[in-house]
Design a protein around this ligand. Structure first.
Ligand code: FAD
Length: 495
């Protein structure tokens, strides 16, 4: 196989930054840095339109982050659907959660929060085309294969990459820049060498596209509280509705011997609404499509800056269960804060910035991002734990209590919806309402049970509260570990 190094037209040393991965985080970051006057090299292993079952519903917080980056127009012209809120379906009962108003500088500037759902590939192609059109971004179709390191200083100087101009031709590149940003997604090639965290997958999502269905409440994301775990439905195009069926555990019924299709047909379809052709459309989809499966990841965030010259962003750095559709919002919000802390005024030239200065900026980023990312991470994983209650009686109480609490109205509904919409960077607000759900569950249990069952009720309520603690406290710990005291002080101030 012919191989050459650094073709003459390639000028690796002229870039201020390299971004690995042209997905949501990488493309947005390359564009943001370029807008700040940096020369950026964006490496993406495959520039054709991706066809994936991820990143299809952007919460209002993500749309606001796109606005801050000057990338709002990437949501136009992709046959996207406005999202006004969520609906939770528990058998025949419904809980309607409408996104709130976003206050503006004046009353007339106040507007309703809006999310957007779309085909991931179409959105990513729009982000990439913004980079391709930007004079400061060089987009190269090449797979990064390793880091270029200065072994004496443990410094990252850039990346090795391979271009494949044709099927049997390989061009080896060695790209250099003062800063390398790795945004190569959930299955990051570089994570294990850099971060001390590993991805876990408590469940899988099985995805199909349903054609021409009418959801019970159009322009809303739908969560069906099914047995044993939730099902998501949202429209992603004029004729297309995504269904994501959660299958708990580290494995799932085989997709090769038909067991998965049987599971969807016999166990999942009967739990879907009959109205609007939803159930029929799933049965039709099973005849014509092969179900797509993705692990639902969990990866707590970690501090960075210990490897000079390198920053991990997006899913490569931090992931949560996709139940609440918060991943793209975290990635885009991270980009906004990174752009701010690495601004041109404080860092006129990355090449002359000291390691200490960059480390300090990344520390600020780590704590700044937490206000929103910790809310999204904890909410997603805690809600998933409740909504996949299984046979655990305490979890079942919490699941039902959560559903009823969200229907109470007032702040009981409004605050959790703001958290879900990713527009409330207030971790303590989340913790408060989570425990309010648990206490509400114990109160309704007391009201329901007869007086002579009092000791049993006390025991059950104790189990419910203990289970609530078991769900949320480890998640909080993973978010805050490293510097619990500093973190708690910071988060308290942030509320
Ligand atoms: C089942 C599922 C459903 C989800 N649904 C939602 C949702 O509805 N809403 C939401 O907000 N989030 C959702 N997410 C999360 C969301 O998809 C991610 O958080 C988001 O895509 C992260 O962006 P990223 O840029 O880090 O990674 P990606 O968008 O995955 O992009 C990574 C890019 O890196 C490229 N790449 C990989 N390796 C290399 C390499 N070696 N060299 C060069 N390029 C490379 C890839 O080709 C890809 O283009 C979902 C996740 C899952 C698993």
């Amino acid at each position: 196989m012919p191989a050459s190094t650094n073709p003459p037209e390639y000028q690796p040393t002229t870039h201020d930054a390299i971004v690995v991965g042209g997905g949501v985080a990488g493309s947005a970051l390359a564009y943001a840095l370029a807008e700040d006057g940096r020369k950026v090299l964006l490496l993406e292993r495959d520039l054709s339109e991706p066809d994936r079952i991820v990143g299809e519903l952007m919460q209002p917080g993500g749309c606001l982050a796109l606005e801050k980056l000057g990338l709002s127009d990437t949501l136009d012209g992709i046959d996207g659907i406005n999202v006004h809120g969520y609906v939770i379906l528990d058998k025949n009962e419904t809980c309607h959660l409408e996104y709130p108003l976003i206050p503006g500088p004046s009353p007339s500037a106040t507007r309703p929060a809006r999310g957007r759902s779309f085909h991931y590939g179409r959105f990513v192609m729009k982000l990439r085309s913004k980079c391709l059109q930007h004079p400061n971004v060089t987009v190269v179709e090449a797979a990064a294969t390793g880091l270029v390191r200065d072994l004496h200083e443990n410094r990252v100087l850039g990346v090795h990459a391979i271009q494949r101009p044709s099927k049997d031709e390989e061009v080896h590149l060695e790209c250099h820049a003062p800063l390398t940003f790795v945004a190569d997604g959930a299955f990051s090639k570089f994570r294990k060498d850099i971060l001390n965290t590993t991805m876990q997958a408590p469940s899988h999502f099985v995805g199909l596209i349903l054609h021409d269905v009418v959801l019970p409440m159009p322009n809303h994301g739908h969560v069906v509280l099914a047995d044993p775990s939730p099902i998501l439905l949202y429209q992603i195009g004029s004729h297309d509705t995504r269904i994501l069926v959660d299958v708990p555990g580290s494995s799932y019924p085989s997709n090769t011997n038909g067991a998965l299709v049987e599971h969807l047909r016999n166990h999942v379809a009967p739990q879907l609404p009959e109205s609007g052709r939803v159930r029929t459309a799933l049965l039709e989809a099973l005849e014509t499509q092969r179900p797509r499966v993705m692990p639902n990841p969990y990866l707590p965030p970690s501090k960075q800056g210990h490897v000079p010259g390198l920053v991990m962003v997006g899913d490569a750095h931090n992931m949560r269960h996709p139940l609440t559709g918060g991943g793209m919002t975290v990635a885009l919000n991270d980009v906004v804060i990174l752009r701010n802390v690495l601004n041109k005024r404080d860092f006129p030239d990355f090449a002359t910035a000291s390691d200490k200065q960059v480390r300090r900026a990344l520390k600020t980023w780590y704590w700044e991002r937490k206000r929103l990312s910790s809310v999204i991470n904890i909410l997603a994983n805690a809600l998933y734990a409740l909504f996949s209650a299984g046979q655990n009686p305490a979890m079942q109480v919490l699941r039902r209590s959560c559903f009823e609490y969200l229907r109470l109205g007032g702040e009981c509904t409004a605050a959790p919806v703001r958290l879900l919409a990713c527009i409330a960077p207030q971790p303590m607000l989340l913790v408060r309402h989570f425990f309010a759900v648990a206490v509400y569950g114990t109160w309704t249990t007391f009201k329901r049970e007869r007086i002579w069952w009092f000791p049993r009720t006390v025991y059950r309520n104790f189990a419910t509260l203990a289970t609530a603690c078991r769900v949320i406290l480890p998640l909080c710990w993973y978010e805050l570990r490293g510097a619990p005291k500093a973190a708690l002080a910071y988060l308290a101030k942030a509320n």
